[in-house]
Design a protein around this ligand. Structure first.
Ligand code: FAD
Length: 544
């Protein structure tokens, strides 16, 4: 097949126009184009009022070698890359039936953990998945209890439970990680098999919204179980069992039960603070890493659409507009928009009692009235919090507690009008933008729950953002705080073969260990680490 890139067509093009454009670009007759499929569809919105769709297509033509030779100098016409997934050649079923076989264990059923488990199950290695939270439907009820009734269940919430942190999210499925083996494609193909819309395979910024994610997670569990894997819920791992050489030989659960294991994938997400503390106490190699904190901002989605799409706002194929903004503040801090959710809601995302944490989610339709995004400021270990593995966690907890108190001590979040925040006065009421956060917000002074250098950097960034996106000049836009769980505050070390350098048998992975930042990158890391474990079980070494 031949891949043809940068094929530009107007937003409202007729269906047959794509075929005609392919034929014209390739300089062939209609009869020579046997078939084609869209490999990627994005849009170029740089010219207001003249937004173009930009396609990459894979084509089958009658004489492919001749066409490639004729177009050798055209970088936009190339052989289609091989994106098929190939698992390492290890004969999993034979390994699994050998005497003394111990199943690989995956701790955590988020995108990293369930993808690792799926790959191991497909290879015939019958993984055991230990998840501290509940099965996804029960977890949904617990999560809604915080949003609707201010009741937090510490082991079952937005962060913990089947599906992991991204289950109640916008389900954005793109990432900027380097992916030469096209592992992201494997993830998306598995998601489509589990019920995600086919379009995620080709639209440039795919998303699936929260409800689809719930049923996809169930589907993937069924598939893992059908292939010989096993899930255990309400199974929090509290301790590694190590021999005198620090080799893992088992795990202790919070119930006291022990589970024999010598290959353990640690995919616990960025909020498993108690687990990090226990691993640190056991001497597992880890170090602090930078992360960011800030607030969530909400604007009417219609303003963002008008800013980005001008007269073409509302066109179905464009959907609700997103944005990505960056500002370098004069105090040396980078300020950037984070996890932007078009047509979504701000959600209560704490996993610990007496704390308030914000994040964002949306449905597939992205049809809610407001757009929201984190506006967050980069922090550095050693400068902003102690340069110790758990220093960032103590820092997060402090500001989450301040937010809880400022919100009224009942899981409402502190909120402030942008106009008031810029004028350095507390908000006593909000304006035209109704905040979507549940169980509710308290108008107040957000600077009491942020370090001064963070408030200063955001105060400088908002007018700078307004020069790029006029919605940011809206004084009634609402800020809700605090956004602290942007990424893991620590990294758990691993060697090129995937294993911990000082705890053989432990394979740190995903966002919590510092190797991913989002659903797709966590799932890609899950594939990589599953391969590393499979190779280790077969007596071979992954090379990174
Ligand atoms: P997690 O998803 O955090 O999964 C870790 C799992 O481990 C959890 O299920 C947890 O219960 C379990 N666990 C923890 N400790 C233990 C233990 N000791 N024993 C057993 N189990 C344990 N990313 C995107 O790409 N797009 C988005 O649109 C998006 N929106 C988001 C919206 C919200 C509200 C949130 C909270 C996050 C969002 N993210 C989004 C981020 C994304 O969810 C994470 O990057 C991703 O889930 C990380 O995957 P993970 O598997 O590494 O960890």
């Amino acid at each position: 097949m031949i891949r043809l890139t940068e094929l530009r067509l107007p937003l409202d093009h007729a269906p047959e126009a794509l075929r005609e454009a392919i034929i014209a670009r390739l300089g062939i007759t209609p009869g020579e184009l046997r078939d084609f499929r869209i490999a990627r569809r994005g849009y170029d919105a740089r010219k207001r009022g003249r937004i173009a769709l930009v396609y990459s297509v894979d084509c089958t033509v009658t004489d492919e070698p001749a066409l490639l030779a004729r177009c050798a100098n055209d970088q936009r016409i190339r052989p289609t890359p091989d994106t098929a997934y190939h698992f390492p050649d290890i004969n999993g079923p034979a390994l699994a039936s050998a005497p003394g076989f111990l199943r690989p264990v995956v701790i955590g059923a988020g995108p990293c953990g369930f993808m690792a488990a799926l790959i191991l199950a497909q290879a015939g290695l019958r993984p055991l998945i230990l998840e501290r939270g509940k099965v996804v439907r029960e977890r949904t009820a617990d999560t809604f209890a915080l949003w609707r009734k201010s009741v937090l269940t510490p082991e079952s919430n937005v962060q913990f439970g089947e599906g992991g942190a991204g289950t109640f999210s916008d389900g954005k499925l793109y990432s900027h990680v380097s992916d030469p083996r096209h592992l992201g494609r494997k993830v998306l193909e598995e998601f489509v098999r589990a019920g995600a819309p086919e379009e995620i395979l080709y639209v440039s910024k795919p998303h699936i919204g929260t409800f689809r994610l719930v049923s996809m997670v169930e589907h993937i569990r069924n598939e893992i179980e059908a292939a010989g894997g096993e899930y255990r819920f309400s199974a929090r791992v509290d301790e590694l069992l190590l021999d005198e050489n620090r080799h893992i030989h088992g795990l202790r659960l919070s119930t006291g039960e022990t589970i024999p294991a010598c290959h353990v994938i640690l995919a616990v997400g960025h909020s498993a603070r108690d687990t990090f503390a226990s691993l640190h106490e056991q001497g597992v190699a880890m170090q602090p890493k930078p992360f960011s904190i800030g607030v969530r901002i909400e604007h009417p989605q219609s303003l963002i659409d008008a800013d980005r799409f001008g007269p073409q706002a509302g066109t179905e194929i464009l959907g609700a507009a997103d944005y990505k903004l960056v500002h370098h503040a004069s105090n040396g801090r980078g300020v950037y928009s984070f996890c932007m959710c078009p047509g979504g809601t701000v959600v209560a995302a704490t996993s610990e009692t007496g704390q308030v944490v914000t994040n964002g989610m949306s449905q597939y339709s992205r049809a809610e009235r407001n757009a929201n995004a984190g506006i967050v400021v980069e922090l550095r270990p050693g400068e902003d919090y102690p340069d110790t593995p758990l220093g960032g966690i103590a820092f997060q907890r402090h500001w989450e507690k301040q937010a809880f108190l400022a919100g009224g001590g009942d899981y409402r979040a502190p909120a402030q009008r942008v106009g008031d925040f810029l004028a350095r006065r507390p908000s006593t009421h909000l304006g035209d933008v109704t905040p979507s956060y549940r169980p509710g917000v308290t108008p107040t002074d957000l600077t009491t729950c942020l370090p001064d250098y963070v408030s200063d950097a955001i105060r400088e960034a908002l007018p700078a953002f307004a020069s790029k996106l006029s919605a940011f000049a809206l004084e009634d836009a609402v800020l809700t705080g605090v956004e602290t769980r942007t990424s893991s505050p620590l990294r758990i070390a691993r060697e090129p073969d995937g294993a911990s350098p000082n705890t053989p048998g432990l394979y740190p992975a995903g966002e919590g260990a510092g190797y991913a930042g989002g659903i797709l990158s966590a799932a890609i890391d899950g594939i990589r680490i599953a391969e590393a474990v499979a190779l280790a079980m077969a007596g071979q070494k992954a090379t990174g």
